[in-house]
Ligand binder design. Structure first.
Ligand code: MN3
Length: 195
């Protein structure tokens, strides 16, 4: 996640090359997504915080809940995208034994988990995010948020997130969101999850 926890924020380095997720997600899409959309949110957040000295010492996680819409949306744009890029890895990876057990306990199987992630992504009207998260009771759940909203980070630990904004897939797949989601399933970074 963001190396600089406080203002001024700098962009997280992409953990893989721009073309590393090809053919599931093209270099062209990753270029615009990482270089333009994500870095744009980092800039917007710094601009929004520039004249708010009291907000500059508040951690990013808390900024995602602020009343000020400029700050909240920009902070969500930074936080959500950093988790999204970290949720993907070239070629995907197998969950650890412990994680496999947890997935079985909460969803029945990895196949069922993937089906539910895809169905949740298909269910979003407009732009948003699909989250795999852990409750305080150590139960894994799937949640969705709209626009740049983040899940309640006081009550839930985010494990993976999938970007359902059209910019995440439109260049590659136009309106075929399900095809995008199927391809994301092949890139999920289960190694990023700590139980
Ligand atoms: Mn995005």
């Amino acid at each position: 996640m963001n190396c600089d926890k406080y203002y001024p924020y700098t962009a997280m380095p992409l953990p893989y090359a721009l073309n590393a997720l090809d053919p599931h997600i093209s270099e062209y899409t990753m270029y615009f997504h990482y270089e333009k959309h994500y870095k744009g949110y980092v800039d917007k957040l710094n601009t929004a915080l520039k004249d708010c000295p009291l907000m500059q010492n508040i951690p990013l996680e808390c900024l995602t809940k602020m009343d000020n819409a400029d700050i909240r949306n920009s902070a969500g744009g930074v936080y959500n995208h950093e988790l999204y890029f970290s949720s993907l890895t070239p070629g995907g990876c197998e969950p650890s034994k412990d994680l496999q057990g947890k997935i079985k306990e909460c969803f029945g199987s990895r196949e069922e988990l993937e089906k539910k992630l895809i169905a949740s992504g298909m269910g979003i009207v407009g732009s948003g995010w699909v989250w795999l998260a852990m409750t305080r009771e150590k139960h894994m759940v799937i949640l969705t948020t709209c626009n740049q909203e983040t899940i309640d980070l006081d009550r839930l630990t985010p494990l993976l997130v999938i970007d359902i904004w059209e910019h995440a897939y439109y260049l590659d797949r136009q309106n075929r969101r399900e095809e995008y989601l199927q391809n994301v399933m092949k890139c999920l970074n289960f190694n990023s999850i700590e139980l």
